[in-house]
Every structure is written in structure tokens, then in C-alpha cells.
Design a binder for this molecule. Sequence first.
Ligand code: SF4
Length: 424
Amino acid sequence: MNEADAQRVASLLESAGLHPVADAKNAAFLLINTCVVRQQAEDKIYKRLRYTAQLKHRNPDLVIALMGCLVGRIPHEHDALRERFPWIDLFLPPSDVQPLKAYLQEQGFPLPPDMAADDFLPAPLPRSQSGQRIVVHVPAVMGCSHACTYCVIPYRRGREHSRPSADILAEIRSLAGQGVREVVLLGQIVDRYGLDAPGEILLPELLRQTAAIPGILRVRFLTSHPAWITPELIEAVASTPQLCPYFEIPVQAGSDAILAAMRRGYNAADYENLIAGIRAAIPQAGLSTDIIVGFPGETDAMFAETATLMERVAPDMIRIAKYSPRPLTWSSRHLPDDVPEAEKERRRILLETALRERLTHKHAALVGQAVEILVETIEPSGRRHGRTPDYKPVFVDRSSAQPGELIRVRVTWAGPFSLIAEPA
Ligand code: SF4
């Protein structure tokens, strides 16, 4: 979602006549988009902000904007930020470009008419002048109302609401006209698309209509929630060739006690059954999941349940986070952060090592096989980069294919997290 917001801001700035520079030292305008989902991400922002203070000291005309979850949607929190970081000129809540539009208009930058409108959403269409974009993230559901006990997102991005499908589809038609070939529809729980808006179409139909747009070759969606994936959604992916067979479904833990403490709304058996159902309908489906290790009260035995669930479910990717208490969340207010840091790290390494070994073994079978990729970029060495339908990164040697082309390639080397190939 942050990447989508950043793309939109970049497009807005470029439309106003600004151009990207490679080094922040040479910029007249700097915008930092922020994530506070984990303490580590938040610490990174403070480091960057200290650096921007030095830049402002050297160049008092530099305009600095701060966007995203650190800013949040609560106005009195902006005052506190203003006090803490007095060298920042503009504060933008997540996905909200209004303060930036107002600033640009105030400064006399010419905005195209559709961008000068006083709307909150949709944000301006990405219209990069700095390079062809093949893959674009398009927000479908904003915010989240689920309130998992550890999660700060509902406090930062606000309540769940779906964008009108007419706006989303119009935006994607425009993107396709600008050369975009793959669209990723986004939501914190993307499967809930349309449920908050009476009369709106639901995700399976939105995906089908997106896939039918001329020029769009691939469609993905993320992130799914195990309790909200429907048989209709699985059927839409199974029966629509442009819909990539790839599901991002965070499980977070394999222990039912921890899942209950997280208030995730399912247990480990529900998750396993869901994945079995997806694989029965779509045998080639790729699966990615998220795990939090060291949630308050997680014992060795509870962690072992997570590790064995991962062996049984065998995802193609696991994003592993170490629990960190986030301000305002239920877990930070009511549960002691009682798993020592060293133990969290030990658990993280155990999961990562098992994943690496399993994928090394699984991917070895791909050597010599042909796979299809959508070429996204050309590296300075001439190597093409793209992904398989189930989201494995592939680097292609000796290819003359251009970004945006779907090509068949033969795998010549396979590692746990990427493949190397040549034209088939
Ligand atoms: S579903 Fe839970 S983890 Fe995901 S954004 Fe909403 S509250 Fe956070």
C-alpha cells in the first residue's frame, strides 16, 4: 500500500513539473513515506529524519514532506510531530495527497485538471515520465476494521472502505493505455472488497472485470485473510487465465492459543483446510504467508506448532517478523512483551533456515523446465527480470524481449529465492 501511495505521489510531483534526482542532497523537494508496522521500520524513519535535518540546515529552501503511518489520520498527532520535527514542512496522512496538492497549488505549480479536483480518493493516476511501469499497485480497499491485537494499521490507516469499482476500473483502463501490463489490487483484507459498500461488486467480479481490460496481461491481489477467502474467489482465479495463481495469506502463528490471543478469527486447522482447498482447485497455486515470532506468551511448544504447520503447508515464501509492541494496540497495552529478543531471533532463524532448505530442494526440480514470465525490467547487464505466474523472480540471460512482453524461458539455475533462465 505504501508503494502504491509513493507511486501516486511521484506521479503527482512529475505532473506538477518536478523531476526526480538521484541524490537527496540535490533535491529541492523531499518526501519521506513512512511505515510503523514494526519498531525496526520506525527506527529507520528517525534515522532518515535526522539526515533531512542536516540537509535543511545546509539548504533552508529545501521543502520536506512526511507521509504515511507515522503521520496517521489524527490531526492533534500532527501537532506533536510538528513540535518534534520542526524542519518538516508538510504532513500527509497515509494515502492522502490533499495537503500536497494544496501546497503545489499554493506555490503556483500547474496541476492537470483531474488532479486539481478537491477529492480525497481516487488519488492521481500514476503517469510516470521517468520510465515505463509494467506493474502497478492499485488500492481497492483502504484502511482496516479487523483490529488484530498486535496491529497498528487500523489506528493509522483508519476504518475499512472500498473504493468504487467504477473508479478502480477507469484507473486501470488508463494505466493499460500507458503501457501497464500487470495490476496488483490492494487491500489490508482485499477479499473484503465491496462488503462495506451496498450494491458494489465483490472481489471475484472486480478481478474478472480487471482481467478483461485490453492490454492487462496479469492480475494479482493482496493481502488475503484466511477467514474471508471465498470459494467464488478461488473459482475466479481457477477459471480466469489472467488471474495469477498466487495467494498471499498470512497465518501469523500455528498455535491456536496464540491465534486466539491475536484475535485472528481462525485456528490452524482452518488455515490448513483452506490451503488444501485452494491446492485442490488450483494445483499450481503459489502461496506466501506471514509469521510473527515471539508474540507475548509464545512458549517453545507453541512455536514448534508454527514450525510444523509451515512444514505441512509448505508455503513458497514466509515473511517472518519478530513481535514488537506497537503503540495503541491491545497487545501492547495488556500483554507483557515476555519473549526475550535473543529467543525471537532464534525462532526467526529456525523458520528461515527451514524455508531456505525446503525451497532449495523444491526449486531444484525446476531446472530444465519451461516457465512463463512477464518481463518487467532490463538490468544494466542486459539481463531481463520478471516473475512467474506464482511470483518467483526470474533473471533471463541472452534475451531480447522488451518490458511488458510475456515470454517462455527455460530454467538453467534455481536457488531458494530466485531462478536464472534463458529463452526457451
Ligand atoms: S487484518 Fe489484522 S493484521 Fe491485517 S491490517 Fe487488519 S488489523 Fe492489521
